[in-house]
Write a protein that binds this ligand. Structure first.
Ligand code: CP
Ligand code: NVA
Length: 308
């Protein structure tokens, strides 16, 4: 039984195997309907519980479809509708109960500690569906999307623009170490990657550049990525943060400085006209809708790996 909480917890070989299985399964079911099960139904008779402490469109939908395609069922728990969220049942007791009912749990939480705590008391795997610290499922599916567009990610250069200290950028740094790509982050000093992730990057010899110059970050880049300037539950002065981040907007001019085959990625939801212009997100280099679709395929593989 394995949990999937941080990309950094796993070996490069295991992570590569997850991506390769996702590719193979996606290819095999090309002619099937969106929710028809895969031929081998590896999750038949099994179920997943999903708890969302924060809003979600893609994670909610893509995990539900992923489980259906694996031949299983899922149940979504709204914290307000269960005792745990109301504070009248402990996380530990909730974990013990869920262990009796389902085969795997997915948690989206504002506190990464909740994932670790749940993981301790569950006798079944837990998957991180986004926390304040990381968004590993999104980054795994982004690796899949990148490789479908531009081939092997190893040795390629990915640029990250904007908030350099959020869940997405943390998981991306971990992925750069595990998959061996170069990562160039352009962000204001105030929103630079935090000390903990920088020291992990150093220890793991990640080819990471952090700069305050957006043009320098996109030069020779194969993929330009960004994210909302203000994340969910980000307790900041939104107006002030957006003002500082304005020079890091991905627009046509900046995209033009990247390699000609470079793709644009965004995990969504997007702040149109803020971190990216309509022209870029709706343009030819953008792969954002396929990124959303690939959440299904990457997560099927993650679920399978956790249970194998
Ligand atoms: N990208 C992503 O996780 O989207 P949701 O917040 O809609 O799940
Ligand atoms: N950094 C964003 C990602 C959304 C999928 C957030 O946490 O809101």
């Amino acid at each position: 039984m394995k949990n999937f909480i941080n990309i950094s917890d796993h070996s490069s070989n295991d992570l590569r195997a997850i991506i390769d299985e996702a590719k193979a399964r996606k290819l095999k079911r090309q002619n099937l309907n969106k929710s028809s099960p895969d031929e081998d139904k590896p999750f038949e008779g099994k179920s997943m519980a999903m708890i969302f402490e924060k809003p979600s469109t893609r994670t909610r939908m893509s995990f539900d479809i992923a489980v259906k395609q694996l031949g299983g069922t899922s149940i979504i728990l709204n914290p307000d509708g269960i005792h745990y969220g109301k504070g009248d049942e402990t996380l530990k007791d909730t974990a013990k109960v869920l262990t009796e009912y389902v085969d795997i749990v997915m948690l989206r939480t504002s506190s990464h500690k909740n994932l670790e705590e749940f993981g301790k008391h569950l006798d079944i795997p837990i998957i991180n569906g986004l926390s304040d610290v990381g968004h590993p499922c999104q980054i795994m599916s982004d690796i899949l999307t990148y490789e479908e567009s531009n081939g092997a990610i190893e040795g390629k250069t990915i640029s990250w623009l904007g908030d350099g200290n959020n869940n997405m950028s943390n998981s991306l740094i971990e992925a750069a170490g595990k998959f061996g790509f170069n990562l160039k982050i352009a962000c204001p000093k105030k929103y630079s990657p935090n000390k903990k992730i920088l020291s992990w990057a150093k220890k793991n010899k990640v080819n990471l550049t952090v700069t305050t110059n957006p043009e320098e970050a996109v030069k020779n880049s194969d993929c330009v990525m960004t994210d909302k300037w203000v994340s969910m539950n980000d307790k900041v002065n939104k107006k002030a943060k957006k003002k500082i981040l304005k020079p890091f907007q991905v627009n046509k001019k900046l995209m033009g400085k990247a390699n000609s085959e470079a793709i644009f990625m965004h995990c969504l939801p997007v702040g149109r006209g803020e971190e990216v212009t309509d022209e870029v997100i709706d343009g030819k280099q953008s792969v954002v809708w396929r990124q959303a679709l690939n959440r299904v395929h990457a997560q099927k593989s993650i679920i399978k790996w956790c249970l194998d």
